[in-house]
Design a protein around this ligand. Structure first.
Ligand SMILES: Nc1ncnc2c1ncn2[C@@H]1O[C@H](COP(=O)(O)OP(=O)(O)O)[C@@H](O)[C@H]1O
Ligand SMILES: [Mg+2]
Length: 320
């Protein structure tokens, strides 16, 4: 679990105020989340839809403002910076989104979209340097430079996501936050985009936070995996250790639910079959207790803290 931390998220909490039945509620989308992103790694973040993965990613770069916590990058707390400094930081920590079609302007050519961050921040000394940068970046994501003249509607889903990745890497970032980058793609195309991210991580020395609701996707690309449940990290471990011996009952349920190639093995929910509890009534004690097959009385009253096991993994369960 060692490695040099390039980004250190400390006790991040992000809430949204939402109205329900004419009352205002605080929805704790992210609740006291801490983790380190180590230089050169791919850290996966997995958990069901609504558990706060996107909010973690957006909080890291100040796209939503956490209520409390710190994000230490390059020796300073990003969240204490003003908007102008934050925009500069966002050249070094870039986002890739789920739906490249939604994030690409339909009236802009691919080349203009890829160059956007460079245009805004004045990164190109002249037209020729700009054109060369677009060419190089398109090649890096496996697209022929003639794509620069194309428009988003002329591209396939996989090609559009390659453009989304090109937009992210053009300013030579250190960190990529990829939020469900393959979730909108056909399974056959998913593997190509995952391989591209792996290649780029090596060739460009990137550190990647890879967010997905799909554990099998996260497992294909990540060296470590953080499992989230209702706004909290419940387990964080090396990917191989997590698969070999999941410690948290929720992780066990997730792994049991991943479809296996072996048809003789039963696919089950691992006991965690109940619905996700309402985000407005997060229960006392362990948030997973209502779905947990091994819960005890203690779990209903005492919230388990994230603690370190002998092998270095972190787990938030009284009985792990
Ligand atoms: N802008 C917002 N306003 C209100 N609630 C939000 C907003 N963004 C996210 N949420 C809520 O916060 C929780 C976590 O959402 P999100 O971070 O998108 O989860 P995930 O990415 O894991 O699906 C959800 O209950 C979601 O409805
Ligand atoms: Mg999300």
């Amino acid at each position: 679990m060692s490695g040099e931390a390039i980004l250190d998220a400390q006790e991040l909490s992000t809430s949204f105020i939402v109205k329900r039945a004419r009352r205002r509620f605080e929805l704790k989308a992210v609740d006291n989340v801490s983790f380190q992103l180590n230089r050169g790694e791919i850290l996966g973040v997995v958990g069901e839809t609504g558990c706060g993965k996107t909010t973690v990613g957006r909080s890291l770069v100040g796209l939503v403002r956490p209520k409390s916590g710190r994000v230490v990058y390059d020796g300073e707390d990003i969240l204490s910076l003003g908007e102008k400094r934050l925009r500069d930081i966002r050249l070094r920590i870039r986002m890739v989104f789920q739906d490249p079609y939604a994030s690409l302007d339909p009236r802009r050519s691919v080349g203009d979209s890829v160059a956007e961050a460079g245009d805004i921040h004045g990164l190109f000394p002249n037209r020729q340097a700009r054109a060369e940068s677009i060419d190089t970046t398109l090649r890096q994501v496996g697209l022929d430079p003639f794509f620069a003249k194309r428009f988003p509607h002329e591209l396939s889903g996989g090609q559009r996501q390659r453009v989304g990745i090109a937009r992210a890497i053009l300013p030579t970032p250190e960190i990529i936050i990829a939020d469900e980058p393959v979730s909108a793609l056909d399974v056959s195309i998913q593997a190509q985009v995952l391989n591209l991210l792996l290649d780029l991580q090596g060739s460009l020395n990137l550190t990647i936070l890879f967010i997905s609701h799909d554990l099998s996707v996260v497992g294909q690309i990540s060296s470590r995996i953080a499992v989230m449940y209702l706004g909290r990290i419940v387990e964080l471990a090396e990917a191989t250790a997590l698969y070999a011996a999941p410690a948290h009952p929720y992780t066990k349920a997730l792994i049991a639910a991943v479809p296996r190639a072996d048809p003789t093995r039963r696919v089950s929910g691992g006991g965690a079959r109940a619905e996700l509890p309402s985000r407005f009534e997060v229960p006392d004690g362990c948030a997973f207790a209502s779905r947990c097959p091994v819960k005890q009385q203690r779990c209903l009253t005492e919230t388990p803290r994230l603690r370190s096991l002998a092998d270095g993994r972190l787990v938030a369960c009284h009985f792990a």
